[in-house]
Design a protein around this ligand. Structure first.
Ligand SMILES: NC(=O)C1=CN([C@@H]2O[C@H](COP(=O)(O)OP(=O)(O)OC[C@H]3O[C@@H](n4cnc5c(N)ncnc54)[C@H](O)[C@@H]3O)[C@@H](O)[C@H]2O)C=CC1
Ligand SMILES: N[C@@H](CC=O)C(=O)O
Ligand code: NA
Length: 917
């Protein structure tokens, strides 16, 4: 084929402009106009192509979109402008993307939505049917790669549109559309064949081919609307929208020229409903072009601005703009309003909002854009406008959304030689620029001793090398101490226009991060304050996002709970959680999710929450072998919930030995298990020191007096400056029950068995009878009061007969206990004879820094003799409560009250994490 040029780079616009010209023929046909493509001017096609019957030029008939041989071309003179283009509030602009136009049924729904809009005038911008734009690009790609399967691909496109039209339309409209489709496809075939032969498509050829998707969808929709009898025309926006290239893969609208052309177009077809093609436009020289990717939104915004629309509605398949990526934050909410700047800022961070350039045209005329879900018409969507309507001044409302960017590295340039030396940052960033790296954030403290910035991780090696070269001398001379690279970083950005004028927003953000135990590496906030950017470890990023998001957006305090030891107390707690969860959510906005339960042999894990109505069954059937390390990892790796708590409901010392590590990991700990607080003093002190230094909480109210407020009462006294002199009382529910009920003909062993049955005893009742359980409680209260005592410092009077101390199991002990009933009966009757009762008491003597546990006899009228059931009674004698002690009394053991006490601690935790009180 002589004369065919090999693919060449795009010619300058001026040269390309010569190829598309208005044809000079004078045939009149309303609504049409003829453009001519002069092949002889296109050197990439060699200027000698023969297409159809003509040689040298292709004619583009705009109203029908025919690409005809020159001989058949119809050209039309423009009518004089005789109908004034109305502008303003009567117009509403809608844009429907490819998904909305995906099937004939959807196109019909689009027609219904348009017809349901009561605005006086409507301009509807449509994308091609879903996937069609990609299919069209693929055609061009195939043709220019000399892959002749483009013909089959074109056929598929034809079939797709034919089938859609047949479903949607009928009668004359269908015939008209199909005939148009036929001739378009045959012209495309000719053009693609030219591209195939040339092995190259110029940008305007490619844009011309690709734009057919919109031409067809616009026509189908306009016929579908017309079917209802509504006056509707369709518009090929290439006749109206004029744009000029502006940098890489971008175009700027020429508003003046576009408005003139729209005016002309409208004067010819002043329909109330106009369906216009999105995405496509032309240059001032009438060369077909596109608005590039996401161009249909841009088309809608430009056209909205041209007619000064009341509103531009962008229809899509989500309910609006989310407050965070819903794939990462399941609680993300749809925002009702956003300012233009906020939308702009969010789109930078990859949020699924409009492209910033889409916002510019409407922003200048203050036209609101509403993003709505065409598959959920009842959702009001998100309105992007100048002055958000619901700006109610709430602190929480200042932050509109959170976004993250991963795979970053921080570069920290540090040295005393930087301070006050002009040009350092210029030198740093010119080195960065030289390696073409993209700086994503910059932070420099006013001391100027260091400057740090974030770049994509893949670019950091080059940046670091360039900085080392640039600052070789300064590093050698010690003026700079280091160029440090910290990999594996992410950015978390909070976006919100009103952050600028609201005190406390950043405090709230950083408080949320601190509570989630997240370390912030760097911070940046410009004085526009549209966003606050923090750099953190990538592995913390999703957790940080969720913690920050839930602080600002969740009306609920969400707490992930892991239960260790689903025995009597743990199991009762799970049932209480099950019964109360909905009430807490409804009334207190507290969302508790049990995401793990582990016993000693099996465990059950869930990422989002175990169904507590069947936890026992699930633990039996769906559990896996228990593994504490995995269980804890499951808790700490869970990124769904920012706050986590492990509730140790065992009596196990080894479980208690892990609290320190869990708190260090940022997992809160709650327990009724006394082992940690009554274990070795140094461990206890280490644990409490950590607890006080961190934002991670450790609560243990149920370790003393079960659900009775013993620890909290003591804390209240201490924290308000009272001085503890003595704490004395009956601390054992089991022993209280035993001595309250060991009367008449009853035997001691029977009453012990009853206490065990009632769930008052420790897993091994010898812990109660030996006095160890009471001694532990005395130690816990003593340490809480500031005394540094070990368990071994407490003299304990054991009630376990010496002969039974070595029994190998609790069962064996219970079996052998009756043989000591007589001894007990004797002790009791001696006391009774003296008008006294037996009571097992514990004492914290704060004045003399000691503790004591023993069986005592009290007169029948003594308060300790008045108890019943498993009552505990604890008397605090303090500087303030000296004459009469402060007394707390009530059942101090048992499943419900103990689990209730643990539950209270969980709610105390939720409240200290921000839940309403
Ligand atoms: N029963 C009561 O009235 C009160 C009990 N407490 C404390 O509550 C805790 C639990 O007591 P109960 O429920 O009565 O005991 P329990 O024996 O009924 O339950 C303990 C559960 O923990 C499990 N367990 C033991 N070691 C484990 C390990 N290493 N990993 C996972 N699971 C393990 C056991 O299999 C059992 O299911 C004890 O520390 C007790 O001192 C505190 C106040 C009152
Ligand atoms: N076994 C204990 C339970 C509470 O700590 C008791 O009897 O008091
Ligand atoms: Na308590």
């Amino acid at each position: 084929m002589r004369g065919l040029a090999v693919a060449s780079p795009l010619p300058p616009a001026a040269a390309a402009a010569r190829r598309w010209t208005r044809a000079s023929s004078s045939a009149r046909e309303t609504g049409s106009q003829c453009w001519k493509y002069d092949l002889s001017q296109d050197r990439s096609l060699g200027g000698s192509l023969r297409i159809g019957q003509s040689q040298g030029c292709l004619h583009k008939h705009h109203s029908t979109n025919l690409l005809r041989p020159a001989a058949a071309a119809i050209s039309v003179e423009q009518d004089e402008v005789n109908t004034y283009l109305p502008k303003g509030d009567m117009w509403s602009v809608h844009k429907f993307g490819g998904t909305c136009m995906g099937t004939p049924q959807r196109i019909q729904s689009v027609a219904d939505i348009v017809l349901g809009d009561s605005s006086e005038r409507k301009l509807v911008i449509v994308s091609a049917m879903s996937k069609v734009t990609d299919m069209m690009y693929n055609l061009v790609h195939k043709a220019q790669s000399r892959d002749d399967s483009y013909m089959i691909a074109l056929e598929e496109i034809f079939e797709k549109h034919m089938a859609a039209a047949k479903d949607l339309l009928d009668g004359e409209d269908l015939a008209r559309f199909l005939s148009q489709l036929h001739s378009d496809v045959s012209n495309l075939r000719a053009m693609l064949s030219a591209i195939y032969i040339a092995g190259h498509a110029t940008e305007s050829f490619s844009d011309f081919v690709v734009g057919h998707g919109e031409l067809w969808s616009a026509q189908m929709l306009s016929y579908a609307i017309k079917k209802s009898g509504a006056p509707c025309s369709w518009m090929d926006t290439r006749e109206v929208l004029v744009v000029k290239p502006s940098g890489s893969n971008q175009v700027d609208p020429d508003y003046l020229e576009s408005e003139k052309r729209l005016q002309k177009w409208f004067s010819r077809q002043p329909a109330e409903i106009i369906v216009a093609t999105g995405f496509i436009a032309s240059t001032a020289e009438n060369i077909p072009t596109t608005l590039k990717r996401d161009g249909s939104d841009f088309s809608a915004a430009i056209i909205g601005s041209l007619v000064r629309a009341r509103q531009v509605t962008i229809w899509t398949d989500v309910d609006g703009v989310f407050s965070a990526d819903p794939r990462k934050v399941s609680e993300a909410v749809i925002l009702s309003t956003l300012s233009y700047q906020e939308a702009w800022e969010m789109s930078y961070f990859g949020a699924n909002v409009l492209h910033p350039r889409t916002i510019i045209p409407v922003m200048k005329d203050n036209i609101p854009i509403v993003i709505r879900n065409m598959f959920n018409i009842s959702a009001p969507g998100t309105m992007i406008c100048r002055q958000p309507a619901n700006d109610n001044g709430d602190l929480d409302a200042c932050v509109k959304s959170f976004a993250t960017i991963d795979n970053l590295a921080l570069v920290n340039v540090e040295g005393t030689g930087m301070a006050g030396v002009p040009g350092t940052s210029s030198a740093i960033f010119s080195a960065v620029k030289d390696v073409g790296a993209n700086v994503i954030m910059i932070s420099q403290a006013s001391s100027e001793h260091s400057i740090c910035f974030a770049v994509p991780e893949k670019e950091v090696a080059a940046v670091s090398a360039a900085l080392h070269v640039k600052f070789r001398e300064a590093l050698a001379a010690g003026r700079l101490s280091k160029v440090e690279v910290i990999k594996g970083c992410s950015i978390l950005a909070a976006v919100g226009l009103r952050m600028a004028s609201t005190p406390g927003v950043s405090a709230m953000l950083f408080d949320a991060l601190a509570k989630a135990n997240i370390n912030v590496r760097a911070i940046a906030q410009g004085c526009s304050e549209y966003n606050i950017t923090v750099v953190l470890k990538q592995e913390d990023c999703v957790r940080a996002l969720r913690a920050a998001h839930s602080r600002f957006f969740l009306s609920t305090t969400t707490l992930a709970v892991g239960i260790i030891g689903p025995g009597l107390i743990g199991g009762t707690l799970l049932n209480q959680l099950k019964d109360q969860a909905a009430v807490l959510k409804e009334n207190m906005n507290i969302d508790l999710r049990v995401i793990g339960i582990t016993g000693s042999s099996t465990m059950l894990l869930s990422d989002t929450g175990i169904d507590l109505t069947q936890w026992k069954e699930l633990l039996r059937k769906e559990a896996e072998p228990a593994d504490l390390a995995n269980f804890v990892r499951h808790m700490s790796d869970n990124h769904v919930f920012p706050n986590k708590v492990l509730v140790d409901c065992t009596a196990d010392t080894s479980i208690a030995s892990h609290y320190y590590d869990w708190l260090k990991k940022g997992i809160h700990v709650i327990t009724p298990n006394k082992k940690a607080n009554s274990g070795p003093l140094d461990r206890y002190l280490k644990l409490r020191t950590l607890q006080r230094a961190s934002y991670t909480h450790y609560f243990y109210e149920a370790t003393v007096g079960a659900g009775l407020p013993i620890i909290s009462t003591l804390r209240g006294l201490l924290e308000t400056g009272d001085k503890i002199l003595r704490i004395e009382g009956i601390f054992s529910g089991t022993l209280s029950y035993i001595f309250n009920n060991f009367e008449g003909t009853r035997t001691f062993s029977d009453v012990v068995a009853e206490a065990k049955e009632a769930g008052y005893t420790e897993p091994d009742p010898r812990d109660d009878l030996s006095g160890t359980d009471v001694a532990r409680k005395v130690i816990i209260l003593a340490r809480e009061s500031g005394l540094r005592l070990e368990l071994s410092d407490i003299p304990v009077k054991s009630l376990v007969p010496e002969a039974l101390a070595s029994c190998s199991s609790a069962d064996e002990f219970m079996q052998k206990l009756p043989s000591f009933d007589q001894d007990w009966a004797k002790q009791r009757s001696e006391a009774e004879a003296a008008g006294e009762v037996l009571r097992y008491v514990g004492v914290v003597d704060a004045v003399n820094q000691k503790g004591q546990v023993e069986l005592r006899r009290y007169k029948r009228d003594h308060p300790f003799a008045q108890l019943s059931g498993s009552d505990n009674i604890i008397a605090f004698t303090t500087s303030r409560y000296k004459e009469q002690p402060l007394i707390v009394r009530g059942p101090g053991a048992g499943a419900e009250v103990t689990a209730g006490g643990v539950f209270c601690d969980i709610l105390r935790l939720a409240s200290s994490l921000g839940a309403p009180s």
